[in-house]
Structure formats: structure tokens, C-alpha cells
Design a protein around this ligand. Sequence first.
Ligand SMILES: O=C(O)CCC(=O)C(=O)O
Ligand SMILES: [Fe+2]
Length: 352
Amino acid sequence: MGDVDPAFVQDPEHRPKLSPIQVDGIPIVDLSPVTNPTVSDPSSIEGLVKEIGSACKEWGFFQVINHGVPLSLRQRIEKASKLFFAQTLEEKKKVSRDETSIIGYYDTELTKNVRDWKEVFDFLAKDPTFIPVTSDEHDDRVTHWINTSPEYPSNFRDILKEYIQEVEKLSLKLLELIALSLGLEAKRFEEFFIKDQTSFIRLNHYPPCPYPHLALGVGRHKDGGALTVLAQDEVGGLEVKRKTNQEWVGVKPTPDAYIVNVGDIIQVWSNDLYESVEHRVMVNSEKERFSIPFFFNPAHDTEVKPLEEMTNDQNPSKYRPYKWGKFLVHRKGSNFKKQNVDNIQIYHYNIA
Ligand SMILES: O=C(O)CCC(=O)C(=O)O
Ligand SMILES: [Fe+2]
């Protein structure tokens, strides 16, 4: 990525501290009660639901262990990701994303109009994935996105598909536990994902950066979807804005764990009971870092609004409904081109 380009330089107030506070505070939740039948009894599930509810309220982030995704599969996708990114730029650009076909390789993402120090490969859970043509709410046309077919490594697509299947299973389980923690039926959210979904997996590669005090791997942001399930490697760099004091804290890598965070859609569904928390990624002058988030997103025509069960006369709905697909198309467009206005955010739908 060469010399520092002003496009990568964060405004002074958003630059990272080089020795961030590392905390153990982000809860580690053991999913054995739902993944291992021998420890599954009603009281252990009840305890698990409580733990997840508190983590969602206090942090918006938690880590899970004994999650059911086979370690060997995770190792295979990590290896495939390294092989893919180790290719020449010319090879990687053969599966580039562009303004119309939004899925594939790219190294020019902007977060809040500042360029991220990373390269990325996106792959859809459903191929094709149906999506509105434009973010204009009066435009009813629907198109679809499809996956690219990288030639190398040779079994890349199969590994991606197999991995997505497992992490999607985990995401559905997590969503059930989150529903229970909100006092809802376990399957309350399923309808938004079953028919169609717009979920995708992202392989992130953060090369070593000579200016880690100026740039970020991913600038501060909130995830727009329902839930993110992230595998990070042993290097570390993910920082979360702690709700209690608004301080940036590092998420210490836990081997084989997944980091789960509540996205904007759960914030809206829960009428702000669970908040989508800001996070960012620091880069490192010596080590490269890899991570693999799975963005679990509903069907494009899902109307996102606070659930009836979560609102009443004392706690009226805080958001106007919006169509998820329109929101996603808007986001994708503004992450690609530099614009003078801020990216779309859920607060734009706040009821004053
Ligand atoms: O790489 C990471 O640890 C997190 C990446 C992230 O937040 C994102 O891609 O939305
Ligand atoms: Fe994120």
C-alpha cells in the first residue's frame, strides 16, 4: 500500500492510542448448554440467556466459546484467506467488486470518508442475493448480487460455502438466545431470514502499516445489520467503545472464540434496549492481521421497526420503519465513493 496517502489519515480526535487499554471485561459466554446435549438442561439454558442479555445491555459485544463451529473448518478458511491475499494485486483484481457488482475483492473502502488500511474479499451466503436497484424509496425495482469465482486457492468457494453454513447455524442460535433474553419467543426473528437473506462473509486483511498512529484498519463505525459473528486472529487490534465511559478498549484475542456484536437492526427491534456499539480496528507496524466477520442480515424487503412486544404507552416506538435493503444499498454506495454527507445511520429514522 506504499507511502502514507492523506486519504488514510484520521482526524486527530479519531487517531488511536498506540498502547490501548486491554480489558478482560468483554464477557466470554460458554454456549455448551445449546451445543452440547449432555450439559443441556432448562436451568443452564436460563443462565445462558441471562448472561447474553446482560452482555448485550452492558457491552453490545460478547465472545462465545463451545460454539459448535469446527476448529478444523476455521483453520481451513483462515489458510485459504491467507493464500488468496498473498496473490498479486493483478490476480486479486480479477474478482474485483465494482459499482454495479458489489461483491468480491477491493482495497479502497471508506469508513466515514477516510480510507481503511485493509483489503477485503466479500462472499454472499445466498447466491443470488436479491436487493433493490437503488436506495430511492420510490424505486421498486429489484436486482440481484452474485458471488465471484476466484481461481485460487482451488477449493476456495467450497470452503467459503461450508464455513458460511456453520457460522449461519451459530448466528441463528444466537438470535434465538437474544430473542429469549428480550422475553420473546425463541423463533421470533426467524421469519426475517428464512425466505431470503442478505448475509455475507468478509475476509479482512490488514497489512502492516508504517503509520499506525495516523491510520485505522477500519474507522469507527456501527454494524448496520442484525448480528455480526467475527473470527479474529491472535494479533489483536479490534477496539470497542465501552458504554460506561465512552473509552476505547481492546478486545483481547481468545483462541477459537467468536466475537459477537449487536447490529443496528437489533437496536431498532429492541427499541434501544440493546445498543449497537461503535468499534474500530487498529493497525500494527510489524504484523499483518486477518479477521473474518459474518454479517447476518435479513431479507432486503424486511421492514425494520421496533417490535410491538418491545413498545407500549410508557415506552413508545423510537424509530420510523425503514426497508433494510434500501439502507444496505445506500451504505454500500457511500462506502465506495467519497461524499460530502455522512453515511446513512439509524438515527436518521429516530422519532423526535
Ligand atoms: O477486523 C475486525 O476485527 C472487525 C472488522 C469490522 O468491524 C467490520 O468489518 O465491520
Ligand atoms: Fe464492524
